[in-house]
Ligand binder design. Structure first.
Ligand SMILES: Nc1nc2c(ncn2[C@@H]2O[C@H](COP(=O)(O)OP(=O)(O)OP(=O)(O)O)[C@@H](O)[C@H]2O)c(=O)[nH]1
Ligand SMILES: [Mg+2]
Length: 319
């Protein structure tokens, strides 16, 4: 299961109470010092909840099972001006590329992209003061409590786009160890799948997302919502099923949807790939297609592993 958006509850620890305490010894005899000297210590500060990037974590799956995270409360102050112990912080480990939002207003708190970036999402309550420092001891404050939305934007180098059934998942399964579902009908891929293409000296990450169709921006099909996963890829590989009746129109429809999604995405460098070249119809369509788009086209058959090395080279060069 791939989970890319989860809500969690975070609760920081309560601050410890300050105490009222008086120190007396046999030398304190004077009338105006009957109670003794105030020596109540402050309470400790409550633990905070901290979200931290951990490159060993690759998905938000864990948050499907555990949704509540609490930091420890602090202990109270003691006599002899002893401060209470601080509550332990609670760390939440997330993959790089996690967007942290406040669920209440959907406002972005931080974009945690890199190793070791972190953010305090719920601050521990301050400890109360003991009567050593205040005339009367005060109670510790409650820790913050919040609903947080975690959103993972996959950090891939290459995004695969194209119509449903174009062969995107087939391609990913051939060039990486990923095992996406492949089937001869549209919308086989229902959530993004990542694959790592390993080369001797370098490797890159490819994201396969559900296919796009015309009017995706109006909510048709599945794909539009998933474009956010490839917003940050460095290049797009645009796969076109060359055996279809009108591949030119299909190609343009996808370009149009990308444009309607975001300016940035439509300006991403694209490698245009003609797929299913093993079929007769594809051979007839390819020339017209090339003429009409007037750009470089890499012709492959994902199914037969044909020209995949050339495609990988083209991707590496563009990256
Ligand atoms: N003949 C031929 N068929 C192919 C080729 N590549 C993929 N297919 C077939 O096309 C169908 C769709 O392939 P998928 O890889 O599932 O397509 P997709 O683009 O991931 O589709 P969605 O996930 O629905 O968007 C499957 O039946 C594949 O076997 C190819 O190069 N040649
Ligand atoms: Mg697919």
């Amino acid at each position: 299961m791939f989970i890319d958006k989860v809500d969690i509850l975070v609760q920081a620890g309560r601050g410890g109470n300050g105490v009222n305490s008086f120190y007396r010894d046999k030398f304190m005899r004077s009338k105006n010092n009957r109670k003794g000297k105030p020596d109540g210590g402050d309470g400790g500060d409550g633990g905070s909840v901290i979200i931290k990037v951990d490159t060993n974590v690759i998905s938000l799956l864990d948050f499907y099972y555990r949704k509540k995270f609490s930091a420890k409360r602090a202990s109270n102050g003691k006599g002899k001006d002893r401060r209470g112990q601080n509550g332990e912080d609670c760390y939440i480990h997330v993959p790089p590329g996690t967007l942290v939002k406040d669920k209440k207003d959907n406002c972005i708190l931080r974009d945690l992209q890199f190793e070791d970036s972190s953010l305090i999402v719920a601050k521990g309550g301050r400890g109360g003061r003991g009567n050593r420092r205040a005339s009367l001891a005060s109670e510790g404050k409650d820790g913050e409590i919040k609903k947080i939305t975690l959103e993972l934007k996959l950090v891939a180098d290459v995004g695969l786009v194209g119509m449903p059934n174009a062969g995107k998942s087939t391609l990913l399964s051939k060039i990486s160890h990923a095992k996406p579902k492949i089937a001869p009908y549209p919308f086989t891929t229902k959530s993004p799948v990542l694959g790592i293409v390993k080369e001797e000296d370098s490797s890159f990450v490819v994201a396969d997302i559900p296919g796009l169709i015309e009017d995706a921006h109006l909510g048709k099909g599945l794909g539009f919502d998933f474009l956010r996963h490839i917003e940050r890829t460095r290049i797009l590989v645009h796969l076109v099923d060359m055996s279809e009746i009108d591949p030119i129109n299909n190609y343009r429809a996808i370009c149009q949807e990308l444009e309607l999604y975001s300016n940035k995405l439509s300006k991403s460098p694209q490698i245009i790939v003609a797929n299913k070249m093993d079929l007769d119809a594809s051979k007839n369509n390819l020339n017209n297609f090339k003429k009409s788009v007037n750009k470089d086209v890499v012709a492959i058959s994902a199914k037969d592993n044909h020209n995949l090395a050339d495609l990988i080279n083209a991707i590496r060069e563009k990256l």
